[in-house]
Design a protein around this ligand. Structure first.
Ligand code: SF4
Ligand code: SF4
Length: 303
């Protein structure tokens, strides 16, 4: 199965037995929610309970197949342009990854007609980073990301849940260096030893937050990095030594188009229709047209 799935372009594939998550993981997530660090992502509150059993996603799950897909870009946007998170340079991974896994999944279903399979790409309450570590495809960094050989933190994670029993992989023997660079470089103080406080995180504020920012959000957005970004923030990723000298992703759909390499704030002032047409298939639409215009206006005001 590993060979079949790796053929989809995955940088890493690992298997973990579907046991209930460790008490420490449940506790860590519950405390993160209790502090309100998830900001406006209220669906996370519902997930806190649902994540505790994979049966809530696929009854009878025996194995979690965790996969990582590299999005390391072959080219960067010029530093003179406002920042856009690298994960959004190419096509939307919610569409690309299922397309790449469609044939392997078809073959698995054909080979194991009695078994069930469910692919999860941000589409179900699954603790994807926890399972990635359990399945041995990487290790957790202080920046909260899973670090995978060959693509560092620059990878999309997804899970294939199955009722099929597969021998588990051993955990990665590698570790975060604990150098603290990611924490020191976070421009808003959002990243701490207990995780990310989304109320101050530029990624959350420019992508997931709907409407105007509150005073705390505005303070974060008023930093130099906040004024410089149009969509997301990679600072705690670029700070990490594990993310240096990585080969570009073999998945061309994640490479930037010429339009993405030159897009500036002015490009995001269109009508809803214009933006939806121009950005069709891009992860930028996650912020919705009104969110992109908000970010662009803020960016221009700081010029
Ligand atoms: S994404 Fe940016 S603002 Fe958010 S925690 Fe990382 S460095 Fe801080
Ligand atoms: S920057 Fe240092 S502390 Fe942060 S995740 Fe990378 S290795 Fe770990």
């Amino acid at each position: 199965m590993r060979t079949l799935l790796t053929g989809s372009g995955a940088a890493a594939v690992g298997f973990a037995a579907a046991m209930p998550p460790d008490v420490g993981e449940i506790d860590r997530f519950s405390r993160w929610i209790a502090r309100g660090d998830h900001a406006g992502m209220t669906y996370m509150e519902r997930h806190a309970t649902l994540r505790q059993s994979l049966d809530n996603v696929l009854p009878g799950t025996r194995t979690v197949v965790s996969m990582a897909f590299s999005f390391v870009p072959p080219q960067e946007r010029p530093q003179t342009l406002p920042a856009i998170a690298r994960y959004a340079y190419g096509r939307d991974y919610h569409k690309v990854i299922p397309g790449r896994l469609a044939e392997p999944l078809r073959r698995l279903r054909e080979s194991y007609p009695q078994e069930s399979f469910r692919l999860c790409i941000d589409s179900a309450p699954v603790a994807e980073r926890y399972w990635a570590v359990k399945a041995g495809i990487g290790f957790r960094g202080l920046n909260g990301s899973v670090i995978v050989d060959g693509c560092g933190c620059y990878c999309f994670l997804c899970e294939l849940l199955t009722t099929l029993e597969i021998e588990s992989d051993t955990p990665s023997g590698k570790h975060c260096l604990q150098c603290g660079e990611c924490l020191r470089r976070c421009p808003t103080g959002a990243l701490g030893s207990t995780g990310i406080d989304c109320r101050r995180c530029l990624s959350y504020l420019t992508i997931e937050h709907r409407g105007d920012w509150d005073a705390e959000g505005e303070r974060a957005m008023a930093t130099d990095a906040g004024r410089r970004t149009l969509f997301g923030c990679d600072i705690c990723l670029t700070a990490c030594p594990h993310n240096r000298n990585l080969p570009p992703s073999p998945i061309e759909e994640f490479h930037p188009s010429p339009d993405m390499l030159s897009l500036d704030a002015t490009s995001l002032f269109g009508s809803d229709r214009e933006l939806r047409q121009r950005l069709a298939g891009s992860p930028l639409l996650r912020a919705r047209p009104e969110g992109l215009r908000r970010n662009a206006a803020w960016n221009r005001n700081g010029e």
